[in-house]
Design a protein around this ligand. Sequence first.
Ligand code: FAD
Length: 404
Amino acid sequence: MTSNARNVAIVGAGPVGSLMAVYCANRGWNVHIYESRPDMRLPENKAKIQNRSINLALSVRGLTALKGTGLALDELIMKSGLPMRGRMLHIGREGNLVSQNYGVHGECINSVDRAKLNEDLITAAEALSNVKITFDHALKRADLDKGTLELQNKITKEIVKAEADLIIGCDGAYSSVRNSLMRHVRMDFGQEYIPHGYCELSIPAKVGADGQPEFAMDPEHLHIWPRHKFMMIALPNPDKSFTVTLFMPFVNFEMIHNEGDLLNFFDEYFTDAVTLMGKDLLVKEYFKNPKGSLVMIRANPYHYKDRCIILGDAAHSMVPFYGQGMNCGFEDVRILDSLFSEFNVKPTKQGDADKSLELALQAYTDRRAKDLKAICELALNNYIEMRHDVTSPVYIMRRSIESW
Ligand code: FAD
């Protein structure tokens, strides 16, 4: 740690907090990350940590921010990423296949393992000499004027105090930093649950002619079973399996009470998928795996003076249908960093009120709000596109003409 440098506390070592730590460390700042969960990289903790999805789609928006660290983190993450060049629609009961490319120049989104991505980013941050990570410490409250944080050690339950010149909240949709920020600014805030939830399932690898595992479906596509009021999607994994996510209104989940209900439902709507999943695995996973809820968060402003800012899901949790929640959080980091440069924010703390830092944070709120509002709306609208619009004959015709 550098003695004279600005001290930054980042709350949350999720994807966004870990990436922000690397960017701040690159500026020569002293970074301390506080994470409420245990270290997810340790084998004994893996089972304890429940992630929201097994894999997720990493797009050029996210890759650009990873590349911006100068540490080739985009290449590191993409070593195990699987490019998906389009959607594969499974239309009707029989699952007739229709491919729709994402772009005419071979543009892709990439399926990546969420846990591995997060672990790689934590390791990249921790490798920097001016970054320290404290796991098992949950922020309870922060006094933004004093720059103090109160954290609870999750193991001993004791309350620990810490100090920072700048507090960056990357602590997800139910952010404690945001709660503290609300006490200091007139924050417009909204939280909305959509009536749909999700359940993760899987399609295992099949055994190929040579006895080796093979993908059971085309791995260069994000597979979608659009069923108008609900849908199922599948993304490929490096071990040749697919992670499948069923998105559906909670009332429909609640109508499935037993194995018979489940198999009847899948036979009616996802006949081709049942064959690939195998009935036993489907039943086991459906009844074992949680049914997750989907929350949208909107907040404004995102900052307080030169003292605090919230990024990622803490500022703008969105529904996952555009595959942009984390990508957009990564973009938050890249844009905030570019504003630090634009406003010539120094590596050392500049007195009690740091005007250039305050201007940079203010510019972030002013310039970012419109884009964040737009992407949250696009994400919600894309659910209707994915589960319904893609099946319309006009849509299919238009997409096939566009991809010629
Ligand atoms: P989080 O991932 O929520 O991380 C927050 C971290 O803060 C966690 O480690 C948490 O333990 C910690 N924390 C929380 N509270 C405290 C506290 N009080 N003190 C200390 N630490 C704390 N996005 C995409 O870009 N592409 C996709 O394909 C995609 N698919 C998705 C699929 C599903 C089903 C869901 C639900 C989401 C999906 N997302 C996707 C969205 C993506 O998961 C989020 O946008 C992303 O995880 C946000 O990262 P984050 O670091 O801001 O927050």
